[in-house]
Write a protein that binds this ligand. Sequence first.
Ligand SMILES: [Zn+2]
Length: 158
Amino acid sequence: MGKKEKEFQIKWKTDLPYRYSIGKLAVKYFEELKNKKITGSKCPKCGKKYMPPRAVCADCFVEMTVEDMIELSPRGTLEGFTVVNYPFVDPNTGGMRPFPYGYGIFKLDGADTYMMHFVDETDHTKFKIGQRVEAVFKEKTEGDIYDIPYFRLIKEEE
Ligand SMILES: [Zn+2]
């Protein structure tokens, strides 16, 4: 012992194809996103409304089905925010994410859970807790997570 042994390495690249089932509620969620509608699920026992929809209520463990899905408003209330001012690798693209950008946490009207998303504002003085926000859909939706690229801050007169 004491003598450092040379590390043995094999460099190898391999494909690892797999299929992931997102479940019936998520399928319906993305179908409705394509129709520019935001859906959630409502627990049939306690009435808690989840966005995005969940298959099982976290509070009472009751299973939810597509029949328990509800349409939610594209508008909500800002509960927290930040403006990101540092560069990092965007896991969605593998490239550097352009900055600065706004990021908010909010509840959509009719939902009991929070969601986070990009906000099209980079001046932190323009964010206010309790401010109204609205989802901005792509013009041509495809039924995927990018159909809502960001939320916008709603001006008071709107
Ligand atoms: Zn419940």
